[in-house]
Design a protein around this ligand. Structure first.
Ligand code: ADP
Ligand code: MG
Length: 721
C-alpha cells in the first residue's frame, strides 16, 4: 500500500492524520495528544461491556436465563419515550424507553434526574448496558450505563465487545471529537500503525513480571478481547508509566551523587557547640539521628538533597537551625524558605529567641519589609554579612544575590518540586538542600515526588506531650463550647479560633471572619483580650499581634487559615476550627498541630453545621466527604494515617495542589492504589541505573530512547543522550 500513511510514523504530528487538521489538532493538544503515538496512550475513562448484545425478544424468550443472572447485557435501540414519574414515596424517577425493533425496554434513574433528562433526545440511537429486572411490571434496567451510537457504526468497534469510553472536552466535542469519533480514530490508528510500536521495556523485565508486550497492551487497552486482556494490559501500562518515572528519578539521584560537586562542610564549630549548651531542652533520639544524617550529607562533597519528614510538632525547626549553624561555622550562608510571610516572621522570632545572644547574624526578608531596610538587607546578603536569611520563596528567585549560599532549607513546602533545584544552580549556587515537610507524605507519594531525595524521618515526639482531645461540635451547641473556653482561659490557657478562608470566596470569608471577631470580642468574651490576625494585614501589625499572643497579652486569637502551618505558641491549648467541614484533611491536621505543644492537656474543637451531622440527609457526595474528613480528624492523631486517607479521598492531583500536578498526572497508574507496582518499578529502575547508569548496554537502549522521549523537557537529562 503506497499511500500517504507510509509517510507518517507514530512520532508524526497528529495534525497530519487524515481527518484531523489544524483546528482539531490544537484541541487534541490540550488533552495531551500531539503525536500519533499519544492517541494510543489516550486512556479510556471507563469501559462498557457490550460483549453480550441481546434483543428484547431474546430477553423475553429466555427470561429464565437472564433474570437473576449476574451478567449484565447490552441493548441497542432508539429512544421512543422519556418521562419523569413520581413514586408513591414522592421521589422522582426518570424513565427512558428504548425500542430495539423487537420490543421495548425501560431504563430508570432515581437521582440526578435533570442531568439524565438532558442527555437523551427522542430518536437517539443508543446502547444501554445493565442487569434486566422487573420494576413496576416492566422489564427495566436500573441506572444503566449508556452511550450514543451513529447509524453507520460498524458493529465491531462500538458493539458486541468491551467498548472504551474516552474523556472528551467540550472543545473536542464541538469539533466533532466525541467519544464515538475518538473511538473510530483510535481504532483506525491501531489498524494502521500498531505494527510499528516498538517494545520499550527490556525482555528481562517482561519475563520476570509476566508483562504483556506493549503492542498487545496498546491495542487491548482500547479494544480488549476480554476482561482479562484488559486487566493485564492495564497492569503493563501502569508498570511502564511508573517505571519510567522512577528511572528518571534514579538517574537524577545518580547524577547528584556522582557528577555534581557540592560543598564539603568540614567542621562542627563554635556556634553549634555553644548552641547545644543553651538549648532549653534535650533533643529527642530521633532528632539526634536525623542531625547525624544531615551532617553526614553536609560533610560529603556531593550536594545534599534530603527530605526531613516529621509529624507536626515533632521538632523539625531546631534540626534545621542546627544545620544552618553548621553552615555558618564553615563560613557559608543559609536561606530558610517558608511558604508564607507570617510563617517566615514567626520562624525569625523563634530563631532569634533560640539563638539568644549567639554571635550569628540572622535576617528576615519578606515583601512587607520597607524598601530602605530591604536595600540594607540585600547588601548584607551580597556581602555575606547576613549568615542566616529567612523569607519566602522569593528569597532564591528575585534579585537576591548571596555571596556564598551553602544551605537552603525549605519548610513545610511539599509543593516545592525537585526541579526547582535548577533555579538555584542557574544562579551559580549548588547548595545543600534540606526540604522539611510536616504533611506526612504517604510512602507512595514520597517515592514519586521526592523519589530522588534521601529521606530522614523524625518519628518521635518530644517528651511530656499529652494527647490532644478532639471533639466534633454541632454549630448550634456553641454556647457550651464558649463556656468551656472561658473556664480554661481563666486557668491561664490561650485559644485559637480559626475561620476558613478559601481562594474562591476569599472576600466573603474574610468579611465573615472579621464579623465573627467583633462578635466574639464584644458579645461573648468581653472580659478577655481578643485579637485578630489574617493574611491581608500589614506585616508589622501581624508581627505585633503574634508577639502579643506569645506574651499572653492576647488570650484569644481569631485567625483565618494563615496560622495553618508553623505557628508555635506552647501556652495555647485550645483550637476551635469553625466550619471545619470546609477544610481539607491535611489543613485540619496542621491546624490542630498548633496546640499540644506544651505539657498541659490540649483540646481541639471541630465546629460543623449541625444539619450535616444528621447523616440521613447525606445524598450529596461532596458533603458526605466533608463530614468524613472531620470524623477522620476526630478519630486519630496520626499524621500518616490522615495523609493516607487524604490521598484516598482527594486523589494525588489535588493532594499536591495544581502546581505540582504535571508531575503527578498519570494516565494509567493510580498512586493511591498501585503502591505495589510502584515499589517494584522503583526497585527495578534503581537497580538498572546502578548497574548501567548511562543505559549503554544493548538491552537498555530501549530504555534510554524512551526516557528521552518521555522526559526530554526535564532538566539534566541532556546527560543521557
Ligand atoms: P515542627 O516539626 O512541627 O516544625 P517545631 O519545630 O515547631 O515542630 O517544634 C514544636 C515545639 O516543640 C516547639 O515549641 C519546639 O521548641 C519544641 N521542641 C522541639 N524539640 C524539642 C525537644 N526535643 N524537647 C522539647 N521540646 C521540643
Ligand atoms: Mg515547623
Amino acid at each position: 500500500m503506497a499511500d500517504k500513511r507510509a509517510t507518517l510514523t507514530l512520532e508524526s504530528d497528529i495534525r497530519y492524520l487524515k481527518g484531523i487538521g489544524e483546528k482539531r489538532s490544537l484541541a487534541l493538544k490540550d488533552v495531551g495528544i500531539e503525536k500519533l503515538i499519544d492517541l494510543l496512550y489516550y486512556a479510556p475513562i471507563k469501559y462498557i461491556d457490550r460483549s453480550t448484545v441481546i434483543t428484547v425478544a431474546d430477553l423475553k424468550r429466555n427470561w429464565w436465563k437472564f433474570s437473576g443472572a449476574q451478567e449484565a447485557v447490552t441493548f441497542i435501540g432508539r429512544v421512543v419515550d422519556k418521562r419523569t414519574l413520581v413514586a408513591s414515596s414522592g421521589r422522582e424517577i426518570f424513565e427512558l424507553t428504548i425500542d430495539d425493533g423487537t420490543g421495548k425496554i425501560s431504563c430508570s434513574w432515581f437521582n440526578k434526574i435533570e442531568y439524565f433528562k438532558r442527555q437523551f433526545e427522542f430518536g437517539d440511537f443508543v446502547a444501554v448496558f445493565g442487569k434486566p429486572t422487573i420494576f413496576k411490571g416492566k422489564i427495566n434496567l436500573i441506572h444503566p450505563e449508556f452511550d450514543f451510537l451513529t447509524e453507520s457504526d460498524s458493529i465491531n468497534i462500538h458493539t458486541g465487545r468491551i467498548v472504551p469510553v474516552y474523556p472528551s472536552t467540550s472543545k473536542l466535542k464541538s469539533l466533532g471529537l466525541n467519544t464515538l469519533k475518538l473511538r473510530e480514530l483510535i481504532s483506525s490508528v491501531i489498524n494502521d500503525y500498531i505494527d510499528y510500536v516498538e517494545e520499550n521495556l527490556p525482555h528481562k523485565l517482561i519475563l520476570k513480571y509476566n508483562l504483556v508486550p506493549l503492542k498487545f497492551a496498546l491495542k487491548s487497552i482500547h479494544f480488549p478481547d476480554s476482561r482479562w486482556d484488559l486487566e493485564v494490559s492495564l497492569k503493563r501500562l501502569k508498570f511502564e508509566e511508573l517505571f519510567f518515572l522512577q528511572l528518571l528519578l534514579a538517574r537524577k539521584h545518580y547524577e547528584l551523587k556522582h557528577f555534581e560537586k557540592g560543598i564539603s562542610f568540614t567542621k562542627i564549630g563554635e556556634l553549634v557547640r555553644r548552641f547545644s549548651q543553651i538549648l532549653p531542652f534535650q533533643l529527642t533520639n530521633a532528632q539526634r539521628r536525623v542531625i547525624r544524617e544531615i551532617w553526614r550529607d553536609m560533610k560529603s562533597d556531593r550536594p545534599m538533597n534530603r527530605l526531613l519528614q516529621g509529624d507536626v510538632g515533632s521538632g523539625k525547626t531546631v534540626v534545621a537551625l542546627i544545620a544552618m549553624l553548621i553552615a555558618a561555622d564553615n563560613g557559608y550562608q543559609s536561606a530558610f524558605m517558608a511558604p508564607t510571610e507570617i510563617l517566615a516572621e514567626q520562624h525569625y522570632a523563634t530563631f532569634l529567641n533560640l539563638l539568644n545572644s549567639l554571635p550569628v547574624k540572622i535576617r528576615l526578608l519578606t515583601g512587607s519589609i520597607k524598601p530602605k531596610e530591604k536595600k540594607e538587607i540585600l547588601s548584607e546578603i551580597q556581602s555575606g554579612e547576613a549568615q542566616i536569611v529567612i523569607g519566602t520563596h522569593a528569597l532564591i528567585q528575585e534579585g537576591v544575590n548571596f555571596k556564598n549560599l551553602g544551605l537552603v532549607v525549605i519548610d513545610e513546602q511539599h509543593r516545592f518540586g525537585v526541579m526547582q533545584r535548577a533555579t538555584l544552580i542557574e544562579k551559580g549556587y549548588n547548595p545543600d538542600v534540606l526540604i522539611m515537610t510536616a504533611t506526612p507524605i504517604p510512602r507512595t507519594l514520597a517515592l514519586t515526588v521526592y523519589g530522588d531525595l534521601d529521606v530522614s524521618v523524625i518519628d518521635e515526639m518530644p517528651k511530656g506531650r499529652r494527647k490532644i482531645k478532639t471533639e466534633i461540635i454541632p454549630d448550634d451547641e456553641k454556647d457550651r463550647l464558649y463556656e468551656f473556653i472561658r473556664a480554661k482561659i481563666k486557668e491561664g490557657h490561650q485559644a485559637y479560633i480559626v475561620y476558613p478562608l478559601i481562594e474562591e470566596s476569599e472576600k466573603l470569608d474574610l468579611e465573615s471572619a472579621i464579623k465573627n471577631y467583633i462578635y466574639l470580642k464584644n458579645e461573648v468574651f468581653p472580659e478577655f483580650k481578643v485579637g485578630l490576625i489574617h493574611g491581608k494585614m500589614p506585616g508589622t501589625e501581624r508581627q505585633e499581634i503574634m508577639s502579643d499572643f506569645r506574651d499572653r497579652k492576647i488570650q484569644i486569637l481569631v485567625a483565618t487559615t494563615v496560622i495553618e502551618v508553623g505557628i508555635d505558641v506552647p501556652n495555647a491549648t485550645i483550637m476551635v476550627i469553625e466550619n471545619a467541614e470546609r477544610f481539607g484533611l491535611s489543613q485540619l491536621h496542621q491546624l490542630r498541630g498548633r496546640i499540644g505543644r506544651g505539657e498541659r492537656q490540649s483540646y481541639c474543637f471541630l465546629v460543623v453545621k449541625s444539619s450535616l451531622l444528621k447523616s440521613e440527609t447525606l445524598f450529596d457526595f461532596e458533603e458526605s466527604k466533608a463530614v468524613e474528613r472531620v470524623k477522620i480528624i476526630a478519630s486519630t492523631l496520626d499524621g500518616f494515617k490522615i495523609a493516607e486517607k487524604d490521598l484516598e479521598l482527594r486523589g494525588p492531583g489535588e493532594f499536591f495542589g495544581t502546581r505540582q500536578s504535571g508531575f503527578m498526572k498519570f494516565k494509567f497508574a493510580n498512586i493511591a492504589t498501585d503502591q505495589k507496582i510502584l515499589e517494584i518499578a522503583r526497585k527495578e529502575a534503581f537497580e538498572i541505573i546502578k548497574e548501567d547508569p548511562d543505559l549503554m548496554k544493548p538491552e537498555h537502549f530501549c530504555l534510554r530512547e524512551e526516557l528521552v522521549k518521555r522526559y526530554s523537557d526535564s532538566v539534566d537529562l541532556a546527560k543521557v543522550s
